[in-house]
Design a protein around this ligand. Structure first.
Ligand code: ZN
Ligand code: ZN
Length: 86
């Protein structure tokens, strides 16, 4: 009377979405990823923007007109303004 396949995981569920997860995990893969983003372990911007590797250039700058986030280069070569206002 074993209604589960042999390799089925134990009754372990993702703490976020309730999906069944492997024995050692507390979250399913996608929720673990989301959680890592939340904790700042993975930085999407950091991955996309190679300037983030440089500590000085990682400082966040903002447009002096509209306060939108701007790049290091907008500060260095622009007038500290976003694309719309430079
Ligand atoms: Zn999940
Ligand atoms: Zn602006």
């Amino acid at each position: 009377m074993n209604k589960y396949p042999i390799n089925y995981y134990k009754d372990k569920y993702c703490s976020d979405c309730g999906r069944r997860v492997s024995d050692a995990a507390t979250r399913c893969h996608s929720c673990a990823m989301k959680n890592n983003f939340k904790l700042g372990l993975i930085n999407i911007k950091g991955k996309r923007n190679h300037f983030y590797k440089d500590g000085i250039k990682t400082k966040q700058h903002f447009c002096i007109v509209c306060n939108a986030p701007i790049s290091y280069y907008a500060v260095k070569y622009g007038k500290h303004k976003c694309r719309r206002h430079s």
